[in-house]
Design a protein around this ligand. Structure first.
Ligand code: SF4
Ligand code: SF4
Length: 64
């Protein structure tokens, strides 16, 4: 079991705060078409910094 971050796309407003908060590059990416972010879950280490940064409460850490 490991932890990864998930995004609720209905809540995401595309502000990109989570991208700046994430310590690793290219984990969270902005999709210019949908104007929302997506997360490369294989690269996410579950640190939770993006969850703390999101003002929309669109992110959560989940165990898989
Ligand atoms: S900080 Fe939250 S609302 Fe902003 S882009 Fe990231 S997930 Fe979306
Ligand atoms: S939990 Fe950490 S590593 Fe994963 S996307 Fe959020 S800030 Fe990046």
């Amino acid at each position: 079991m490991y932890v990864i971050c998930k995004v609720d796309e209905k809540k995401c407003n595309g502000c990109k705060l989570c991208i700046w908060a994430c310590p690793d590059p290219n984990v969270i990416v902005f999709d210019p078409d949908s104007k929302k972010i997506s997360i490369h879950q294989a690269r996410c280490k579950g640190c939770g910094l993006c969850v703390a940064a999101c003002r929309q409460k669109a992110l959560e850490i989940d165990a898989v």
